[in-house]
Design a protein around this ligand. Structure first.
Ligand code: ASP
Length: 437
């Protein structure tokens, strides 16, 4: 998001991040963690500013997710009726998101970037981000054994409004299931009945995005406060742990971008992967600069037609729905981040918990808005789900901008990859149809 005049927002956020980190470290090393004055500043004005920024994001979680998911599913549902294109895009979206999240889960389990923090540092961290008893209660709850029948039944809400009210305390899956069913039903009723609801959802979605935009205006000072708080409390060790996390996210994104997509482009779209990436390089750069799939959509549509020669109808459909509904980079990032924070806070996740993360991260790829910082509401909810205090996102938010830029490149490349593959499949089935006739 470029400001009309002066310094662009992302530069301001970067400045906030660097200042927060340097001053926080300086304060910690000169005054010491136990210093009363430092503690007062961290607990009062800085905590206030940081939390104000986070609350602006949290407050819009429910309307944003519900409207984005209902619209995404309703669009895909429409597409099903239009025929093969919708089904093929949907299958490829699930497949590519699935691979992305599997890369994330495997990497975090192998590298374990969140470990290696001394127990007392972790204690301090948990205490500073949540009431400890709450965290312990959540961990205990997450370990309570339930039968498979009950677990599945709990995914289906009895009262979606009640689930919405406790979305940040684990009401998310039932709410998403409700939105999925609602979206499917919306695409199945008569168009004149569906129209007012679709228009309402579109309005709600647009307004929710605006609120995120407002929140992002607070980001430079919010990030400063959050990073200062983190570094002043923890010192250099935490920063080193975060460095490992950021490097891991970027390596995983690069793997999916250049290995998974190359294989799919070669085998399904029958194109030379290097040539493909060269042709869409302006799209990738736009995604990197804007951190927003939605803002990159016009350039992606142009490039698909002019640089890749894809048919207009297929590319328009796949790219437009994909800008919101297919976000591999976001799915991968959410997987890494949630598992990393769980490790960081010393919360053990069972195989079942990890499957929940995989499942929800794939859904998040469908339900996340294609705007800067669009993933954060979903990450907060996923964290609550696995027993990590959602405000822990303050820990990683400071370095998010560069990760956001990188994952958006993947989100947009994924859309064009699917458009190229589906166009090729349609070409082939067109040939078969013609031969059969
Ligand atoms: N910025 C991302 C996009 O627009 C969404 C996110 O993961 O935050 O694609």
């Amino acid at each position: 998001m470029q400001e009309r005049r002066g310094t662009p927002l992302h530069t301001k956020i970067l400045i906030g991040l660097i200042l927060g980190a340097v001053l926080g470290l300086l304060a910690q090393s000169t005054l010491g963690t136990g210093n009363e004055t430092l503690k007062w500043w961290v607990d009062n004005p800085l905590n206030f500013v940081g939390m104000l920024f986070l609350r602006m994001i949290f407050m819009i979680v429910v309307p944003l997710l519900v409207s984005a998911l209902i619209l995404g599913v309703a669009d895909i549902g429409d597409a099903r009726k239009v025929g093969r294109v919708g089904v093929r895009s949907l299958v490829m979206t699930l497949l590519l998101s699935g691979i992305a999240v599997m890369i994330a889960v495997t990497a975090v389990n192998l590298i374990r970037p969140g470990e290696g923090l001394a127990p007392e540092q972790r204690e301090r961290l948990v205490a500073s981000y949540s009431k400890k008893e709450d965290a312990e209660k959540k961990v205990a709850q997450s370990k309570e054994a339930k039968s498979a029948w009950d677990t599945i039944l709990e995914f289906v809400p009895q009262n979606p409004v009640q689930e919405a009210a406790r979305a940040l305390e684990g009401g998310l899956i039932p709410l998403m299931v409700f939105a999925l069913i609602f979206g499917l039903a919306l695409s199945a009723v008569a168009p004149e009945k569906a129209l007012p609801i679709k228009e309402f959802m579109e309005g709600l979605f647009a307004v929710s995005q605006k609120v995120i935009e407002f929140a992002m205006k607070l980001a430079p000072i919010g990030v400063f406060a959050l990073v200062f708080k983190t570094t002043a409390l923890l010192g250099l060790d935490a920063l080193l742990a975060l460095g490992r996390y950021a490097a891991l996210v970027i390596v995983c994104l690069a793997l999916h971008q250049f290995v998974t997509y190359s294989v799919v482009i070669k085998l399904i779209a029958k194109m030379n992967p290097l040539d493909f990436f060269r042709r869409i390089r302006t799209v990738m750069l736009t995604a990197f600069a804007t951190s927003s799939s939605n803002a990159t959509l016009p350039e992606a549509l142009r490039s698909a037609r002019e640089d890749l020669g894809l048919p207009r109808d297929i590319s328009s459909f796949v790219l437009t729905v994909g800008a919101t509904a297919n976000q591999n980079g976001t799915a991968l990032f959410e997987g890494v981040t949630v598992l990393f924070l769980a490790q960081f806070f010393g919360i053990p996740l069972t195989v079942a918990d990890q499957f929940t993360v995989v499942f929800l991260s794939i859904l998040a790829g469908v339900g996340t808005a294609g705007v800067p910082g669009g993933s954060w509401p979903m990450i907060a909810i996923l964290l609550a789900k696995v027993g990590v205090p959602p405000t822990a996102i303050g820990l990683v938010l400071g370095i998010d901008r560069i990760l956001d830029m990188s994952r958006t490149v993947l989100n947009v490349t994924g859309d064009i990859t699917i458009a190229a593959c589906v166009s090729k499949m349609e070409e082939r089935s067109g040939l078969r149809d013609a031969e059969g006739a």
